[in-house]
Design a protein around this ligand. Structure first.
Ligand SMILES: Nc1ncnc2c1ncn2[C@@H]1O[C@H](COP(=O)(O)OP(=O)(O)OP(=O)(O)O)[C@@H](O)[C@H]1O
Ligand SMILES: [Mg+2]
Length: 564
């Protein structure tokens, strides 16, 4: 008999089913296969609702659109169809109308005589039923038909479960991917802070990364200042409106900040309480406003405008991503601020230490000289001996000269006059010339931008470089007992690298020192945003300072004032 044929057909269907991941396509395939294999005129699939007492969906094959329209409502699962719902087992009837639960067919419904119904189970629970009606060229459905449809129904259950699992794992994969994206974006921000970058740069980075994260066309960062929100950075098509202030009380962003909850806006023009043009995004249509919370305090608001590629309104996923990102951003801002506050504090401390040093030198030097002078002159006056006046005068002039030269040294300390008179490179060369003597050979390699060949370095940076060379050479002369020293200063667009080596006896860099020189060098380099390393051993000492070339004096202070 032809039982062989349905079996092969079944296998073909099975193979396709397990690879299909779209539930609708699976159901269509199952219906068509069931109809073909059994030779039924009609095939239908009813999907149960959550209560498993009614059919929520009813798919058919073999019934044309005109007939379906004529039938009207799809069956809910009463009558014979309901038998399979309350008792999910195969049901085979030669004539449906003879079943006690049958109440006939609705108007327009084709009259169905033979019937085969099989439940579709998923993980042992009834999910729906497969119905076949009116076997062609036979009075009723056979045992083989029933067996084939039972197998099909089983496979359908597996295929549907498979597709659902895939959907779920796909969703999870996408969730993971978004989480990873979010992490990457915040990692960049964290790296920037690790490098103790200024707040301005951190904010710029946050705006850029935030925009890329959810593919917005523009992102603005507004930070709280008193009772206002101030625009501090933007990325994307927004025109720069940095410094623009929005009153907290009268802006949607202000609400977002005070409530600590994000808000999605479909029509910016109608909903945003501040005109989008004021924010530099006059054409904005949709927006996503997210609070930047740090330890429960709202620091500001991240505002994203218009989804880029896909268009449309911002999604739940966008909101989730931005919320996480905004929290890291808030953390970043708080960190950058405290780094800057620290820098400001230490620059004040450095200035204070410098003042104490001048006071000490004025005391030790100039004040001693003046004191000596007073003793000398008042002694001469008391004795009132004109013959000694000339000698006293001569001594006084010498003392005054000493005082003047002492004061000169202190003044020169503030800013080496040579820097202004000569420029950095000649000033260093002159310094090296003064330090060379019979006992110390100094070699040098200087690559410094001198106008007009390149932009000059900032005055503060020049002083720092000059002082590093000066103090190092002083230390070499004072402590190293070296025969040679080598000084290298090389400037590129990004940084200036200062290397000073000697072949002296070295010292223990870890030991506490009484002197001011090394501490002063560390402070200067730190304030310049650079790094100082000293390696020392029995073969000599190597000092290396790397300083960012873009350093401007007062940067830290200006930024802090603007943001706190
Ligand atoms: N190139 C060097 N070779 C050997 N020892 C050094 C060298 N540079 C510094 N030192 C050691 O490190 C100590 C600290 O140096 P630092 O410049 O801080 O203080 P100082 O030179 O003793 O005093 P100040 O610089 O305040 O006049 C020195 O006393 C010296 O022992
Ligand atoms: Mg010293």
């Amino acid at each position: 008999m032809g039982d062989d044929l349905p079996f092969r057909q079944l296998l073909d269907v099975g193979r396709v089913l397990v690879s299909d991941l779209d539930v609708r396509a699976i159901l269509d395939r199952v219906l068509n296969a069931a109809r073909e294999i059994t030779g039924a005129k009609y095939a239908a699939l009813g999907v149960l609702d959550e209560t498993r007492t009614e059919l929520a969906e009813f798919l058919t094959v073999g019934i044309g659109p005109a007939t379906r329209r004529a039938i009207g409502d799809t069956p809910r699962g009463r009558g014979v169809l309901g038998v399979l719902i309350s008792d999910p087992r195969p049901l085979r009837l030669a004539d449906v109308s003879t079943h006690p639960r049958s109440y006939g067919f609705p108007d327009g419904h084709p009259v169905v005589k033979s019937f085969l119904g099989v439940p579709v189970m998923i993980r042992g629970e009834a999910w729906g039923n497969l119905y076949l009606g009116d076997k062609q060229r036979a009075r009723e459905f056979s045992d083989a038909d029933e067996a084939a449809v039972v197998i099909l129904a089983e496979w359908a259950g597996i295929a549907i479960e498979n597709a659902r699992l895939y959907e779920r794992s796909e969703e999870r994969r996408q969730q993971l991917e978004r989480a990873v994206q979010g992490l990457e974006a915040t990692r960049d921000v964290a790296v920037a802070i690790g490098g103790a970058t200024g707040t301005e740069r951190v904010l710029e980075l946050i705006a850029k990364r935030g925009r890329a994260l959810i593919d917005a066309r523009a992102v603005l960062i507004m930070l709280r200042q008193g009772s206002d929100l101030v625009v501090v950075a933007s990325a994307g098509y927004a025109t720069d409106v940095s410094g623009h202030r929005l009153p907290l009380a009268e802006s949607t962003s202000g609400q977002v900040l005070s409530r600590g909850r994000p808000e999605r806006i479909a029509h910016v023009g109608a909903r945003l309480r501040i005109a989008p043009a004021e924010l530099g995004v006059p054409d904005a249509d949709t927006a996503l406003l997210v609070p930047m919370l740090h330890r429960g305090t709202g620091l500001g608001v991240l505002a994203a405008f218009d989804r880029g590629e896909d268009g449309g309104v911002f999604t739940d996923a966008d909101e989730q991503l931005m919320l996480t990102f905004a929290a890291s951003a808030a953390n970043a801002v708080a960190m950058a601020r405290s780094v800057e506050a620290d820098r400001l504090r230490s620059s004040l401390a450095a200035a204070d230490a410098e003042r104490r040093r001048w006071a000490r030198e004025l005391h030790d030097d100039t004040l001693q000289v003046l004191g000596g002078l007073r003793v000398l002159l008042s002694g001469a006056l008391r004795r009132n001996d004109p013959t000694r006046f000339e000698a006293v005068m001569r001594e006084a002039v010498t003392t005054i000269e000493q005082g003047i030269s002492g004061l000169r040294t202190i003044i020169a300390d503030l800013r080496p006059a040579a820097l202004d008179e000569l420029g950095l490179q000649p000033a260093i060369e002159a310094l090296l010339d003064r330090r060379r003597d019979a006992d110390l050979t100094i070699t040098a390699h200087l690559e410094l931008p001198e106008p007009p060949s390149g932009p000059p370095l900032h005055a503060e940076l020049e002083t720092t470089i000059y002082r590093l060379v000066q103090e190092s050479l002083t230390n070499i002369a004072k402590h190293a007992e070296a025969r040679t020293a080598d000084v290298s200063v090389v400037a590129s667009d990004q940084r200036v690298t200062v290397d000073i080596r000697d072949d002296g006896k070295g010292f223990d860099t870890g030991a506490a020192t009484e002197g001011f020189g090394l501490a002063g060098m560390h402070e200067r380099v730190y304030l310049a945003g650079g790094a100082l390393e000293i390696e020392s051993g029995p073969n000599g000492t190597h000092l290396r300072a790397v300083l960012p070339a873009g350093y401007r004096s007062g940067t830290a202070r200006d930024e802090t004032r603007g943001l706190v």
